[in-house]
Design a binder for this molecule. Structure first.
Ligand SMILES: N[C@@H](CCC[C@H](N)C(=O)O)C(=O)O
Length: 276
């Protein structure tokens, strides 16, 4: 049987997107890892599976798998690509789409210019909700990493994020410190690691070492987590532009108990099919 897919990206964070509303397939972790391979497979950071919802008040459910085959709770750039995909495939005519993810429900709006605005839900800070092993909630956790003390903030955007302040993202130890924090035993489900350079109260630069992938060109939930961290520590204003290696996102957060709003592009690259 042939399975149709679409290759998409949000700021260079790239996806294989599969419609499982009109098609049927089961992809095991080993097959996902093979398909994600950039030389022997299709090549992608995440696989997105679009499915019918399990609740009548939702339009779709979508599931997210990292390149290492692990299923995860949330994906910001993926959410925008998902919204463009269901419209382009005519799976819906609605420009306002409610979707279930493993990390919670999201509300997405596709603007006339194709940019997508996503209500990413409320950030969570309690250590057990991240999850992070810690006695008390803080915005400054000290982690022993190979005998060195590293200070970071941590929070959940549905998925777990650590945020480190750096002087310069160009010099940041993303590929050396990133994997050590990603797999640190105090993060029992591993963690996405963001390196944030604050340029002004309305602008940051960010690089993210993603759990289950490695450094990507952009991470939507990572951008939300970094901005939330900066706002809650009094370092950033409510509307912040985030420059990532693959492009820019706009993030807004009005503070405690409020949803984080992310706006950015979503692009289709090509369509293909594989035998399953
Ligand atoms: N690229 C994503 C995040 C994808 C999931 C992440 N790697 C995790 O394991 O939680 C984004 O744009 O948010």
């Amino acid at each position: 049987m042939m399975l149709h897919f679409t290759k998409m990206h949000g700021l260079g964070n790239d996806f294989m997107v599969v419609d499982l509303v009109t098609q049927r397939a089961r992809l095991e972790p080993e097959r996902i890892r093979a398909l994600a391979d950039r030389r022997f497979g299709i090549g992608f950071d995440q696989l997105l599976l679009v499915e019918p919802p399990s609740r009548p008040d939702m339009d779709f459910r979508y599931r997210i798998f990292n390149a290492d085959g692990s299923e995860v709770e949330n994906c910001g750039n993926g959410a925008r690509c998902f919204a463009r995909f269901v419209l382009d495939q005519k799976l819906t005519a609605r420009r306002e789409i409610a979707v279930q993810t493993a990390g919670g429900n999201l509300l997405l709006k596709v603007a006339d210019d194709g940019r997508v605005r996503v209500d990413m839900g409320t950030p969570r800070f309690a250590p057990n909700e991240i999850p992070l092993t810690a006695d008390t909630q803080s915005h400054d956790y000290a982690l022993d990493v190979d005998g060195q003390t590293v200070h970071l903030d941590a929070l959940s955007m549905g998925n777990p994020h650590a945020v480190l302040d750096v002087e310069s993202v160009a010099q940041a130890p993303v590929t050396t410190l990133g994997p050590l924090i990603e797999a640190h035993p105090r993060f029992p489900r591993r963690v996405n690691v963001g390196f944030m350079e604050i340029v002004s109260r309305q602008q940051i630069r960010l690089r993210v070492f993603e759990r289950g992938v490695g450094e990507t060109l952009a991470c939507g939930t990572g951008a939300c987590a970094a901005v939330v961290s900066g706002i809650r520590r009094g370092l950033l204003d409510q509307h912040v532009g985030v420059t990532l290696p693959g492009g820019s996102l706009s993030i807004e957060w009005a503070g405690s108990g409020q949803s984080v709003i992310m706006t950015g592009p979503a692009e289709r690259v090509f369509d293909g099919r594989i035998a399953v």
